[in-house]
Design a protein. Structure first.
Length: 237
């Protein structure tokens, strides 16, 4: 039995609440169980310096965890002068995931920054961030279109993400911290609404995993992402 008493293929309760940040062009408070992330999309009417004059835009992300998002207080990374390697990895993953389903040419010479701030962490913060960031990005683009800043929606598809793992020898979906901290294998899957793979991260933690277990985790992730995309569609309807 899993610590959460869930079935192997069960997600935690997931909610996507839009328009929670008053001043952001798009925002979403995403909850995967006890993991809560505030995603806010901000429009900058110019591209990064290295993209100027190329006629296309950019979508990027910043990720941070509040000091008391975890059981014990963590030091703010801003006080150390630079983000940690983990933080840089996660924010690059969020940016890559969003750009995979966006038409950057249609965005014009503009940049959209997605801030993902973890309010409370209980495992799966990067996957929750990606899932909520898509909703915030969608609403930012919708805001731009309503003001004739862009003509068409530059989004080609949905994108969502979910964690999987091997715990007590069994592939399971959407690990919380209690499970993730003891799992033999930890994996994250990013998928589009059409079922395409954007990124797969899988690491043996306590024991190596087999090809059969990898495929089992892939199947769980596909089912989980399909449900997350359905929740995104319901949220923006």
């Amino acid at each position: 039995m899993r610590p959460s008493k869930r079935a192997a293929d069960a997600l935690r309760p997931v909610t996507l609440e839009r328009n929670v940040a008053r001043y952001a062009e798009g925002s979403c408070l995403v909850k995967f169980g006890e993991t809560h992330v505030l995603c806010a999309a901000s429009l900058e009417d110019k591209p990064p310096p290295w993209l100027r004059g190329q006629g296309r835009g950019w979508i990027t992300a910043e990720y941070a965890m509040l000091p008391r998002a975890t059981h014990t207080r963590t030091k703010r990374e801003s006080t150390s002068g630079k983000p940690s390697g983990r933080t840089q990895e996660i924010q690059r993953l969020i940016g890559r995931s969003l750009r995979a389903v966006a038409n950057l040419q249609a965005l014009g010479e503009r940049q959209i920054m997605i801030d993902c701030d973890v309010l409370q962490a209980d495992g799966g913060t990067r996957t929750a961030s990606i899932t909520g960031a898509w909703v915030a990005l969608h609403d930012c683009l919708k805001w731009m279109r309503s003001r004739s800043i862009i003509k068409d929606m530059p989004l080609r598809d949905h994108v969502a993400a979910v964690s999987c793992g091997v715990s007590n020898g069994e592939p399971v979906l959407d690990l919380d911290y209690a499970e993730d901290s003891t799992a033999e294998t930890d994996a994250n899957f990013v998928m589009t609404g059409a079922g395409g793979l954007v990124e797969v991260q899988a690491t043996a933690e306590g024991a190596v995993f087999s090809e059969e277990q990898l495929l089992a985790m892939m199947g769980l992730a596909r089912s989980g992402c399909e449900r997350l995309v359905a929740l995104q569609k319901a949220a923006i309807a």
